[in-house]
Ligand binder design. Structure first.
Ligand code: SF4
Length: 247
């Protein structure tokens, strides 16, 4: 539901747009968002500056092997190192596709120059203390940024520099179901969630609510989801079903 006028155009999920994206797919990202970028975007790389988050979601594809915490307390890489390494790794993945049947030469070459970056994958990217420098560095290299936050750090959303498209994961529509689905670390998780949606409202940029629906957990609260729309007034709503990644 684009409403326009806000300028240019997380939860975390598995890599979908890796090397296979170089195989004869249509042009990648135009204005369709993360899903389109991932599925068709040979020039879309994925990266996360923080493996950690403040949740233990029931559908976490990392099966809870990633660290959790309420604040950053880990070793930190410089943003330049992260960007250089991300581009290097993306390029290595693309190169593995050289000579594979169906890979078109021109698209293979395009894939060596990423133009979009999904900052999600796993963890909570805005926990990373240097997230704004990281975003600046990506933009300086003419790489657009698609950042997904899991709605537990409203103050970090407020201080975040404009990204190309800002996503907030809306994993449930009521306090009870959010607790059951996300299993958050914070005691005031619901207030943080609501404040995150309000913070989204105040960002002068393109925004998205991202819903991951799990049958029997969070898919039935339609009216409650509708009530949340007024808090953030996102430009788009992305709805996806949970992807089973094994037990
Ligand atoms: S927010 Fe954390 S627990 Fe939830 S899916 Fe992402 S990495 Fe997994």
């Amino acid at each position: 539901m684009p409403k326009g006028g806000k300028g240019e155009a997380a939860k975390c999920w598995p890599v979908e747009g890796g090397p296979a994206a170089a195989v004869g797919r249509p042009e990648g990202l135009q204005a369709g968002g993360l899903g389109q970028a991932r599925k068709g975007g040979r020039q879309c790389m994925e990266a996360t500056p923080s493996l950690a988050c403040a949740n233990k979601c029931v559908f976490c594809w990392r099966h809870h092997t990633n660290p959790v915490g309420k604040e950053w307390r880990w070793k930190m890489d410089d943003p330049l190192v992260i960007v250089d390494t991300a581009i290097d790794q993306h390029t290595k993945m693309i190169k593995q596709m050289k000579g594979v049947p169906g890979v078109k030469e021109q698209q293979f070459l395009e894939g060596l120059s990423p133009r979009h970056c999904a900052l999600s994958l796993v963890g909570e990217p805005i926990m990373y203390p240097e997230i704004n420098r990281l975003i600046e560095e990506l933009h300086r290299r003419h790489i657009s940024t698609f950042l997904v936050t899991n709605a537990q750090f409203p103050d970090r959303i407020k201080m975040l520099k404009p990204v190309t498209q800002l996503y907030v994961s809306v994993d449930a529509a009521t306090k009870e179901s959010l607790k059951a689905v996300d299993r958050p670390l914070f005691g005031d998780f619901w207030e943080r969630f609501v404040d995150s949606l309000k913070a989204l409202h105040d960002k002068q940029q393109r925004t998205v609510y991202r819903l991951t629906l799990v049958k029997g957990w969070n898919a039935e609260e339609v009216d409650a989801y509708a009530n949340l729309l007024g808090l953030g007034e996102p430009d788009f709503i992305e709805i996806k079903g949970v992807t089973y990644c094994g037990s």
